[in-house]
Design a protein around this ligand. Structure first.
Ligand SMILES: [Zn+2]
Length: 280
């Protein structure tokens, strides 16, 4: 049945958490932790805000995400505030099924792409059964994750049919002066559109598009982003040849330091909103 389970918001400001002004001084020394999880060929990014709100973006290709979450989350913690799916491809979706089954999730953010994927259908079934609030990811939506921590959806503007990569969510996570640009599997066409648009794309951290495939990382886009760190989520000896030499060179060209999960395993960055440290 269509629209049986509509989204609560569209083009809206969604506030997951907002601390009282009086508690601002209590934030001293608290950090945002950002992880690219080591889940093989796929994407799974886990973020914990200064007051411990958590968001998972994509779940990787299988249940290895559960083991990784066990490493970065406290043992007793069985809930995740927000889960976002960038697009319905198995290397981003399959692990999310296990996450939704095993954790209490408050909000699920996705584009409602009409592309058929059995894993996506299963996710939607669990979302209905568990009564998880669904938020539509579309350009203009802003999710406040914590005081001073905001996720802004830059893409998609409107969905196209056919290739889910073209509808992949591109979002900017900002904490104080530090920005993380998260591109899912968006490709050169989407990147170019953003590079030619009005958004300020400049970010300290870029999650490189589509596992370092040559179909992403448009040089014009990279120049606009000017990342200090380029993070590539990719499986060791994957059959696609990701990341490509071409992309690695383009990233070096803009002066980015590259980290990749196939060589560096889990990548962990932390920030106080002013500076950024690579923990590993
Ligand atoms: Zn992918």
């Amino acid at each position: 049945m269509k629209n049986k389970f509509p989204y609560i918001f569209s083009l809206a400001l969604i506030i997951i958490a907002f601390l009282a002004w009086s508690t601002v001084f209590g934030l001293e020394g608290r950090k945002l932790n950002f992880y690219v999880l080591d889940i093989g060929q796929g994407d799974a990014i886990f973020i914990e805000t200064p007051t411990k709100n958590q968001i998972l973006i994509d779940g990787g290709p299988d249940n290895s995400v559960l083991e990784e979450l066990g490493e970065v989350m406290p043992f007793h913690d069985r809930s995740i505030d927000v889960v976002m799916m960038t697009h319905p491809n198995l290397d981003h979706v399959a692990g999310l099924v296990d996450v939704l089954k095993n954790y209490d999730v408050k909000y699920f953010v996705d584009t409602d792409d009409g592309y058929y994927l059995a894993g996506y259908e299963e996710l939607k079934k669990i979302i209905r059964e568990k009564n998880i609030t669904r938020i539509k990811a579309e350009r203009g939506a802003r999710i406040i994750l914590d005081r001073g921590v905001e996720l802004t959806i830059l893409h998609p503007d409107k969905l196209v049919s056919g290739d889910p990569n073209q509808n992949s969510v591109v979002a900017k996570l900002s904490f104080g002066e530090i920005d993380f640009l998260l591109t899912g599997d968006a490709e050169k066409g989407e990147e170019l559109k953003l590079a030619q648009g009005e958004d300020n794309l400049e970010s300290e951290v870029l999650k490189v598009g589509h596992h370092g495939s040559k179909t992403s990382s448009n040089p014009l886009f990279l120049e606009k982003v000017k990342p200090d760190y380029a993070l590539i989520s990719v499986g060791a000896k994957n059959r696609y040849g990701h990341p490509t030499k071409q992309v690695l060179e383009a990233l070096e060209e803009v002066g980015a330091q590259i980290f990749r999960t196939d060589l560096d395993s889990r990548i962990h960055l932390e920030s106080d909103g002013e500076s950024l440290t690579v923990v590993k």
